[in-house]
Design a protein around this ligand. Structure first.
Ligand code: TMP
Length: 204
């Protein structure tokens, strides 16, 4: 990987990563590009169709669809990086590990190993991963309004599992992983994330 730097933001729903990622891009201007997963590839429709289902075959199909989407996305990311632009990416393969792992119940360990193998041949290793670690209760209250109270409760319980997978996964990337306490004030989060990115790209 040469040219631009590849910077990924990860975290549970409601952790504020999209807002922060867009802010970073705004600060960097034309030398950066914002992108996100799921990416708008031809696999997006199958992801949307599968999203509500939690049986193990649907979870496997979802992991495949997210991974196919990522393979198409990665080709585009490589082109941006080659052209010298920094890529600020909202979610990458750790999302499939954290989310589809959390949907797999007792099959979690096997599912995570399989997702890792699926992604291994083509995925890029980010120069930096900004992990926006948020308490699921606070994250759900941030996105409240979209869900009923019962759904919000279910969502917080699910996001708790996602968070456990994220913290295990993030241990594998010491040196490129930056933890940000996402429950702090948004202005502080933005400032902290911009500081991390400026250090990584060597612009301060
Ligand atoms: P977003 O809300 O960040 O746009 O992401 C859409 C949802 O898709 C979010 O709940 C996380 C989920 N997701 C997965 O379950 N697996 C994946 O691989 C990705 C990229 C997202």
């Amino acid at each position: 990987m040469s040219g631009g730097k590849f910077i990924v933001l990860e975290g549970i729903d409601g952790s504020g990563k999209t807002t922060v990622a867009r802010h970073i891009c705004g600060v960097l201007g034309r030398k950066a590009v914002f992108t996100s997963e799921p990416y708008d590839s031809r696999f997006l429709r199958s992801i949307e169709e599968l999203l509500p289902y939690r049986d193990i075959d649907s979870v496997r199909a979802k992991a495949l669809a997210f991974t196919a989407d990522r393979a198409a996305h990665t080709k585009v990311i490589k082109e941006w990086l080659r052209s010298g632009r920094h890529v600020i990416c909202d979610r990458y393969f750790m999302s499939t590990i954290a989310y589809q792992g959390a949907e797999s119940g007792y099959a979690r360990g096997k599912m995570i190993d399989w997702i890792r193998c699926l992604n291994e041949p083509f995925r890029l290793l980010p120069h930096a991963i900004i992990y926006m670690d948020s308490d699921p209760g606070i994250a759900v209250s941030r996105i409240a309004g979209r869900d009923s109270r019962l759904k919000a409760f279910e969502k917080a319980a699910f996001l708790k599992k996602v968070r456990i997978n994220y913290s295990a996964e993030m241990k594998l990337y010491s040196g490129r992983k930056f933890n940000v306490r996402a429950d702090a004030e948004l202005s502080r989060l933005k400032e902290e994330a911009v500081g991390i990115v400026e250090d990584v790209i060597g612009s301060r």
